[in-house]
Design a protein around this ligand. Structure first.
Ligand code: MF3
Ligand code: CO
Ligand code: CO
Length: 261
């Protein structure tokens, strides 16, 4: 076991899976309109993934029944797509997708607005995405895993939000979830050292109120205990030549390389 260090050839293959996952989010964004069901979004994702000869990584994972997690408003993560669940104006919806291609996995998530959202929701989305990039910037050799955790938590806390503790980021590559686990909270300078060759899924889940979550009776859907809003952003990154490279960057001019200098 332990933490796997991937060579450049392997990372290129992981990146191919990651690009399909990123493409799903680009495709899904155009379908996020008032009235669409989360089942329809899942169908679009399945078709997009199949057309690229890839497989949805979540489908069948511990019995999970869909390709996407679609997490609306107070749902933190693992919302299950359903024909009964429609997007309403003012909602925020987290879309998380995992892809398996040519032996390797990619994993990415983004929380979208449905039409116009209120100001607090807008701030929550902005701060959560910023926290992701603050975490990514710490994913460099010389740092330790909890430097990522601490960067995420301090940014979130400085805006009065809370970082979820029950779910964590993770190593990824030959498996969807590998060591190390990457909490979104904690003191800096702890946990494994970061080296070139690590491939990590960094994924802050941020709540407007309490960090506490409940899992609903379906065994999957995680909601905030106080039923206030929650947001989730995730990238798969690789540490290469002393820098974090975002493998799941989309085509939206997202900066793809970060360093700590
Ligand atoms: N949300 C998890 C992640 O990003 C994966 C969900 S697995 C599923 O790592 F089966 F719940 F979909
Ligand atoms: Co994910
Ligand atoms: Co993940």
């Amino acid at each position: 076991m332990g933490i796997y260090l991937y060579n450049l050839e392997q990372i290129e293959r992981i990146e191919k899976a990651c690009k399909v996952a990123a493409g799903v989010l680009v495709e899904i964004e155009t379908a996020i309109v008032e009235g669409v069901t989360t089942f329809e979004l899942d169908k679009i994702a399945r078709q997009f993934i199949a057309a690229r000869k890839a497989k949805p990584a979540f489908l069948g994972y511990r019995g999970y029944p869909a390709a996407l997690c679609t997490s609306i408003n107070e749902v933190v993560v693992h919302g299950i797509p359903s024909k009964k669940t429609r997007l309403n104006p003012g909602d925020i919806v987290g879309i998380d997708v995992g892809v398996f291609l040519d032996g390797y996995f990619g994993d990415t998530a983004k929380t979208f607005r449905v039409g116009n959202v209120d100001e607090n929701a807008g701030v929550l989305l902005r701060v959560t995405e910023e926290a992701l990039y603050k975490g990514i910037a710490k994913a460099v050799p010389g740092n330790r895993i909890s430097d990522i955790s601490h960067a995420v938590e301090s940014h979130v806390a400085s805006h009065g939000f809370s970082a979820v503790r029950e779910f964590v980021g993770h190593g990824i590559g030959a498996a969807l979830h590998e060591e190390p686990s990457i909490p979104n909270f904690g003191k800096p300078g702890k946990g494994p050292r970061i080296y070139d060759g690590m491939v990590l899924a960094i994924e802050p889940m941020v709540n407007a109120g309490t960090y506490k979550v409940n899992v609903l009776d379906d065994g999957w859907t995680a909601v905030t205990e106080d039923r206030k809003l929650s947001a989730h952003f995730e990238h798969t990154i690789a540490v290469i030549d002393g820098k974090a490279r975002v493998l799941t960057a989309g085509k939206n001019g997202v900066k793809s390389t970060f360093d700590s200098r």
